[in-house]
Design a protein around this ligand. Structure first.
Ligand SMILES: Nc1ncnc2c1ncn2[C@@H]1O[C@H](COP(=O)(O)OP(=O)(O)OP(=O)(O)O)[C@@H](O)[C@H]1O
Ligand SMILES: [Mg+2]
Length: 226
């Protein structure tokens, strides 16, 4: 088991009332799983992803990631877990505009204390994996949207994380670039990566092995995709 969530709730106090955004969420993910989570806008997808990715902490419930109870970790421990164990891919790429593709991909290794020669070597290898060996020195504004997302995927996998998280990874892409991203995820999955992907798009969700649905903060489903 890579992660186990039990009875996770996330509430936001709003003046005198409280918004219950996630309601008693249970989630089990095993090594090598490829899971898609679907749901309408405002249903709590990003909120859940932020909890899974240790960017935020739940209001109640328990969350085991590997051996660790995340709700008991300090901010510093959570930062370390994010750096070492989780790769993030976002809809809008979140690349640093002034850095080359190579330096964007190497950045998490810099934060992780890896030496320069090894950072560059590993970043180059990750960019090769996503088919961008010939774009190492391009900045984001010199790349297409699909290429930017592939740089972001290289950055997400360069640290060999336990878990790859993607929030609408094809949401900003045309269908051909989206298909390339899905093909990459399939390859990563085939080579053993564990992937959780959020999407609005049924066609995209069907690339995963399992589809779960979130509606009004309630997560359900999880049978094998037929
Ligand atoms: N910081 C916050 N304070 C109060 N309410 C919030 C906060 N963040 C999110 N919400 C509320 O939580 C609900 C879920 O938001 P979330 O961003 O998780 O939705 P989503 O499923 O990702 O939607 P979308 O598909 O539009 O990205 C929304 O109703 C939103 O208004
Ligand atoms: Mg969202």
């Amino acid at each position: 088991m890579i992660l186990q969530m039990r009875d996770i709730c996330k509430d936001y106090p709003m003046g005198k009332t409280v918004t219950h955004v996630l309601k008693n969420v249970d989630l089990d993910v095993s090594e090598g799983d490829y899971l898609a989570i679907m749901g309408p806008s405002g249903s709590g997808k990003t909120t859940l992803m932020n909890l899974i990715g240790c960017l935020d902490v739940p209001s109640s419930g328990s969350y085991l990631l590997g051996e660790r109870e995340i709700t008991k970790c300090s901010g510093k421990e959570l930062a370390e877990i994010r750096n070492k164990e989780i790769g993030f891919v976002f809809q809008s790429f979140h690349l640093l505009p002034k850095l080359t593709a190579l330096d964007n991909v190497a950045l998490p290794l810099l934060y992780g204390g890896v030496k320069k020669a090894e950072r560059q070597e590993r970043a180059r290898a990750a960019l090769e994996t996503v088919g961008l060996a010939d774009r190492l020195d391009h900045r984001p504004d010199q790349l297409s949207g699909g290429q930017c997302q592939r740089v972001a995927i290289a950055r997400a996998i360069v640290g060999k994380p336990r878990l790859l998280l993607a929030d609408e990874p094809t949401g900003a892409l045309d269908s051909a670039s989206g298909a390339q991203v899905m093909e990459l995820f399939r390859q990563l999955h085939d080579s053993g990566s564990t992937i959780i992907m959020i999407t609005h798009d049924q066609g995209i969700a069907h690339h995963a092995d399992t589809i779960m649905t979130i509606k009004d903060g309630v997560l359900s489903g999880g049978g094998k995709d037929e």
